[in-house]
Design a protein around this ligand. Structure first.
Ligand code: ZN
Length: 615
């Protein structure tokens, strides 16, 4: 995760886009008939440049202010710091919405490429476009806040005086092996979304209205418009990527279904979809919690990094030093001294902080920091490499103009962090002295299976959330079939199904944060695919000829150069240019993920022999 790009419009955590349409500054809007697209008056290229420059400077200033307030809030939680951070955030978002609406004025002008791209980024960065009618804009903002609030406060109370919040329920979903208990908390959590149903319906109407005022067909089309290609082409592109990986997913699904059937008996059908509550996660989007149920007894990774770190008494700073050394080994400059002075590495004893790991560039220049409650575990070791990936990306594009300081598309930032984490191989651990010798390849299946339960199992869910929303926003799915459409898609793509009856009284999509909180989701699907494409490209640059899952780019300057070439572009060019800089190709390509898991595919095929696949 990372926080506070300059263009705050696209920050995932800030979903409340309070509109403040300044009609005084866009007089033609007043004249436009209701619902009609806003047409530009005779604006000039010089005005466009002046507008973009002013917007860039103001958004930069507001972003830094929001970032400072956000840092204090996350590292010192009090009622006051929360209010101050929310206020600063709101100011930045309001400005962004206003600029987006004003930018339409310069449509169809012939402009220098930089100015044109900045205008495009201003317009396409919105997640929610509120209608210009003040009553409606107030209503849609209120609904958005209400749904997010209901989600945040959501609790399931199995007994009168005993309530479970999402954190409690998440732990039960991960650890419990009692099918009845799992189903109970699954049902309980999904009930929190029922009151959101009428709100969501109204939210769709109003947000679509706002999107149409900006010239988009609907809110879904607005979301798909930020990928440097026509919205419909992007939808097809996503389908194409999924088709490349579907066979691998079907193999994993068949294997896991069989293993869960051994554990839970007839509750798991031999041939149909897997019951959605038995995969160790509320949304069945990450199956790594059932690793111990599905792994064969003879499969283990051959070493335990957590034990090694404990034995070496590696402290939090020491863990981060390993991460930094990875990047300097690629040729990147060391982190600035302020990183070490200002970051939060350990959980303070005297105050509340947000422990969820995140990477920051507070002044959008060189004030890099991470915020994390580090423990000496293998998981945190990997997370540090991931978070520093964000920091080095942020620093690489800091020479670009403010509006270009962001990742090439919204899948790239997370993908870069994960790419680096993919290089944490046994061979890397040997090189940095944490492991004496790398285990032989017979141990690889454990590594690959665990990784597939996380990254491969996620893919169809990463698709479904926005497939559903795109259809809802376009009107293809109407409120009368919200829930059925949700489960049709989940069954079709994920091969999971609810174990109990669901009806149109339920609103199961709302039991996922990103629906209740109106945050686009396809970025996570893209990040999952891109990281393997980046990893393969960099491994090739590093001359690694072995299996991809054993390639680490540690210490390789050639790979570092390629990575840096992509990072430096920021979002100044279409993402196709960025992906070309790293991989030589202008397309996203899921075959790298297939290559990475090729040994696992072979192994799964052997395990699945004579057993049913598909659902
Ligand atoms: Zn991240």
């Amino acid at each position: 995760m990372f926080r506070f790009r300059l263009v705050l419009l696209s920050v995932a955590v800030t979903v409340l886009l309070q509109p403040t349409v300044s009609s005084a500054r866009v007089p033609e809007k007043k004249a436009a008939p209701k619902g009609a697209p806003i047409r530009a008056q005779a604006a000039t290229a010089a005005e466009a440049k002046a507008f973009v420059d002013a917007a860039e400077a103001k958004l930069m200033e507001l972003a830094v202010e929001a970032s400072r307030a956000g840092w204090v809030q996350s590292t010192y939680i009090t009622d006051d710091t929360e209010i101050l951070a929310a206020k600063a955030n709101e100011r930045a978002i309001n400005a962004g919405v206003e600029y987006a609406k004003q930018a339409v004025r310069f449509d169809n002008l012939k402009l220098p490429p930089d100015v044109a791209r900045k205008l495009l980024l201003l317009k396409n960065g919105l997640v929610l476009a509120a209608p210009s009618n003040p009553k409606e804009s107030e209503e849609v903002t209120r609904i958005a806040a209400s749904m997010e609030g209901e989600y945040g406060k959501g609790k399931y109370c199995p007994q009168k005086d005993k309530c479970l919040d999402l954190q409690d329920i998440t732990r039960i979903m991960a650890e419990s092996r009692d099918a009845a208990q799992l189903l109970d908390v699954w049902r309980g959590w999904h009930s929190i979304a029922i009151p959101m149903r009428p709100e969501y319906q109204r939210f769709v109407e109003l947000s679509n209205k706002g999107a149409r005022e900006l010239g988009f067909a609907d809110t879904g089309a607005m979301w798909r418009s930020k990928y440097d290609m026509p919205p419909d082409d992007f939808a097809r592109e996503v389908d194409r990527l999924w088709e490349q990986l579907k066979p691998l997913y079907v193999s994993l699904h068949a294997y896991v279904r069989w293993k869960l059937r051994e554990k839970y008996g007839d509750a798991v059908p031999a041939t149909g979809p897997i019951p959605a509550h038995l995969l160790g996660n509320m949304w069945a989007q990450d199956w790594s919690n059932v690793f111990d149920l599905v792994k064969p007894p003879d499969v283990d990774p051959g070493y335990d990094l957590t034990k090694i770190l404990e034995a070496k008494k590696t402290d939090a700073k020491g863990m981060v030093r390993y991460g930094e050394a990875f990047f300097t080994s690629l040729g990147f400059a060391p982190l600035p001294p302020t990183f070490w002075e200002r970051s939060l590495f350990v959980k303070p004893r005297d105050r509340e902080v947000v422990c969820h790991a995140s990477a920051w560039d507070v002044d959008n220049e060189n004030d890099l920091r991470i915020k994390m409650c580090i423990e000496p575990t293998a998981e945190d070791f990997s997370t540090i490499h991931h978070e520093l990936g964000h920091n080095f990306y942020q620093r690489a594009y800091n020479t670009k103009p403010g509006l270009f300081r962001d990742s090439a598309n919204d899948g790239f930032h997370e993908a870069v962090g994960d790419t680096i984490a993919l290089s944490i191989t046994p061979e890397y651990l040997v090189k940095i002295g944490l492991l004496d010798t790398a285990p032989d390849p017979s141990k690889d299946i454990a590594l690959l299976l665990r990784r597939a339960l996380d990254k491969l199992a996620f893919l169809p869910f990463g698709l479904v959330v926005d497939q559903w929303r795109w259809k809802v926003f376009s009107g293809e799915v109407t409120p009368a079939s919200y829930n059925r459409a949700w489960w049709d898609l989940r069954t079709k793509y994920q091969g999971v199904a609810p174990a109990i009856e669901r009806t149109e009284k339920d609103f199961d999509p709302g039991a996922k944060y990103h629906v209740a909180g109106n945050t686009p989701y396809t970025r996570y699907f893209l990040a999952a695919i891109l990281q393997f494409q980046f990893h393969r490209a960099l491994s090739q640059a590093a001359g690694c000829t072995g299996p991809l899952h054993r390639c680490s780019i540690y210490g390789n300057k050639e790979a570092g150069k390629k990575l840096d070439a992509m990072l430096q572009l920021g979002v100044s060019r279409p993402w196709q240019d960025a992906i070309e800089a790293i991989s030589g190709k202008r397309e996203m390509d899921a075959t790298a993920m297939r290559d990475y898991f090729a040994p696992l595919q072979k192994w799964l095929d052997e395990q699945n022999k004579g057993k049913p696949t598909g659902w």
